[in-house]
Design a protein around this ligand. Structure first.
Ligand code: HMG
Ligand code: MG
Length: 300
């Protein structure tokens, strides 16, 4: 039997948070319903953050409450603090993600506090999550480079990741936030992380600014990483990392993994339908090479 690689679809969160125009709740819901048909087993629905900071993610709790629940699909919300967690709890969300960074400056710009202060807020989130049996995923941005500080010491990445795992995160996703890394540098970070942490609790979250995301994922696979975040149609970026492109496209990730013999659970036709629909809605060309090749051989 082929080995399984878990894909976490982040297009509805990382993707839409960076769109100039906020989609309506009905449009976001329709998008997620299409994603739920693709066979992907984990979908980030949105973020319970300040709507003044990220208006595109407003009312993510309400959006969550309108979605059908499927035992085979883990839906989650980003929650930077207790207020966010309470919103997620109120709509019956069973998994949340907390997010910090290996860079002080990025943490400050992104969530308006230091790394240390972010952990103080997470302690409250974690206590409430434990009391309510909620799974918590962790994010560490700037695994290689920070948009404000440049290169980040891998020791800082492992330290922050370890702290998140020690406080109860079941998995930590390392964000290559600005898409500047090349596989040699990604290898060094994983080498340091894997000397202290189990590959089964680590995920890769690669942005594709310089077209290196797939190469970085290939490198990560060689080192035993089996969980990757991706975004349909390559949507995404972070409002606090100007110029950063979207995440690796789920279509390209699917192509790499399926041709390497990994199982993903993805239904290709449903994936491509969801990809086409969101591209049409956003009136945007799909940067995924696989999607472009697919549509040439499967004209609409
Ligand atoms: P703050 O201003 O320090 O917080 O923001 P505060 O506690 O002083 O509250 C200020 C206002 O925000 C108050 O409202 C609060 O009620 C409200 P006001 O009185 O002014 O009307 N507020 C909230 N509202 C809704 N939900 C909440 C919440 N908390 C406070 N949970 C805060 C701190 C974290 C809220 C703010 O900085 C924020 O919302 N930042 C946005 C962060 C974000 O969404 N970033 C993008 C996602 S992370 C990412 O993309 C990276 C990743 O993809 C990995 C990678 O690529 O590297 C994950
Ligand atoms: Mg991201």
């Amino acid at each position: 039997m082929s080995e399984f690689v878990k894909i976490v679809e982040v297009g509805a969160r990382d993707g839409l948070q960076n769109e100039k125009t906020a989609l309506t709740l009905a449009q976001r819901k329709d998008f997620i319903l299409n994603l739920m048909k693709t066979g992907v087993q984990a979908i980030e629905v949105g973020s319970c953050v300040s709507a003044k900071w990220v208006p595109q993610m407003a009312d993510s709790d309400s959006l969550f409450s309108q979605l059908p629940k499927d035992p085979n699909i883990q839906l989650s919300l980003l929650t930077p603090n207790l207020k966010g967690l309470q919103s997620a709890l109120a709509v019956g969300c069973s998994e949340v993600a907390i997010f910090t960074a290996a860079s002080e400056s990025f943490t400050q710009k992104n969530i308006n506090c230091s790394i240390e202060q972010s952990f103080e807020k997470f302690a409250d989130v974690m206590a409430a999550a434990k009391a309510n049996n909620i799974k918590v995923r962790g994010y560490v941005s700037c695994m290689v480079d920070c948009p404000y500080e440049g290169a980040i010491d891998p020791k800082q990445v492992v330290q922050v990741s370890k702290r998140l795992l020690d406080m109860g995160c079941y998995e930590v996703s390392l964000g290559e936030t600005i898409g500047t890394a090349t596989p040699d540098r990604v290898k060094k970070v994983w080498d340091v992380c894997l000397s202290e942490l189990d590959s089964r609790v680590l995920a890769g979250h690669f942005h594709n600014t310089y077209g290196m995301a797939i190469a970085n994922i290939y490198q990560s696979l060689q080192q035993g990483i089996r969980i990757f975040d991706s975004s349909i149609a390559g949507l995404g970026g972070c409002p606090y990392a100007k110029g950063a492109a979207g995440n690796v496209a789920t279509e390209d990730l699917y192509y790499l993994l399926s041709h390497m013999g990994f199982e993903t659970g993805i239904n290709l036709e449903a994936l491509m339908q969801a990809s086409r629909k969101i591209g049409q809605l956003l009136q945007r060309n799909n940067p995924s090479n696989y999607a472009q090749a697919y549509w040439q051989s499967h004209p609409a």
